[in-house]
Design a protein around this ligand. Structure first.
Ligand SMILES: [Zn+2]
Ligand SMILES: [Zn+2]
Length: 256
């Protein structure tokens, strides 16, 4: 819902700590790739989820190009900013390619319905986003970096988390199927959703997420997808040193 949450005046929604202002969750992975014939480096960018706040987040991070997008699932807080890829997709299209959107079959079906004016074979809207849906495989290579799909459950809904190098991004999790733990060995950085203390039918509590974080054993765990029930400072005081609430704009080095 974002924090502050509409219509709410609780202590976290009214907090003056910038860490308590939370846009909808998303991740941006940036790396530099040596260019073939010069000493210059090309910047590569992959976005995970384009929620309703994508435009604002992209402006904050000065995003000028997107090489690919990965979708975790089809809920509005993860897809609704897709259309704001348009100006960036025009830049890609001028360079001869559409932005690939990696999505499961279920997520692709919803994207095609919600953004029919973009994806329908009959679409005639002239300035629609220059994007193309790509089937999400178990392992997906983007410009030399492998994105491993991590099967997760979000209530009854199967969704995708992603591992890249020594890091993983798992949001909207209510259960981690046993075989998925094997894909999460040797992590340095884990980003994991933790909504609140009170149980929710399709999101883990902070306590459940901490149990998984301990089992996965990443050097550092960052919690995301946090509701207004968890204040930044007061919650961090209760966490072990290698687990912290993430916050908007947090940047973490990873090895790909
Ligand atoms: Zn969701
Ligand atoms: Zn969500």
């Amino acid at each position: 819902m974002g924090v502050p949450t509409l219509g709410c005046s609780c202590a976290v929604c009214a907090s003056t700590d910038a860490h308590d202002r939370r846009l909808r969750p998303s991740a941006l992975l940036r790396w530099r790739e040596p260019a073939a014939e010069s000493s210059a480096c090309a910047e590569r960018t992959v976005v995970i989820d384009t929620g309703p706040d994508f435009r604002e987040q992209a402006l904050r991070e000065r995003l000028a190009l997107v090489d690919a997008v990965f979708y975790t699932h089809s809920h509005v807080d993860h897809i609704m900013g897709m259309d704001d890829l348009r100006p960036l997709s025009f830049i890609s299209a001028r360079q001869g390619r559409y932005i690939p959107l990696y999505a499961s079959a279920e997520t692709a079906t919803v994207l095609e319905q919600v953004f029919a004016y973009t994806f329908s074979p009959q679409a005639t809207y002239p300035t629609r986003a220059r994007v193309e849906l790509k089937p999400l495989a178990g392992r997906n290579a983007v410009l030399g970096v492998e994105f491993v799909r991590i099967p997760l459950l979000h209530g009854e809904m199967p969704i995708a988390g992603f591992r890249f190098g020594n890091a993983a991004y798992l949001t909207d999790v209510s259960a981690i199927p046993e075989p998925s733990f094997a894909l999460l060995q040797g992590l340095e950085v884990l980003v994991l959703s933790a909504l609140r203390h009170k149980p929710h039918p399709s999101h883990a509590t902070l306590e459940q997420a901490l149990t998984w974080a301990r089992r996965i054993g990443a050097r550092q765990t960052w919690f995301t997808h946090i509701s207004h029930d968890l204040g930044h400072e007061e919650t961090n005081r209760t966490l072990p040193v290698n687990a912290r609430l993430a916050y908007d704009g947090l940047s973490v080095p990873v090895i790909l």
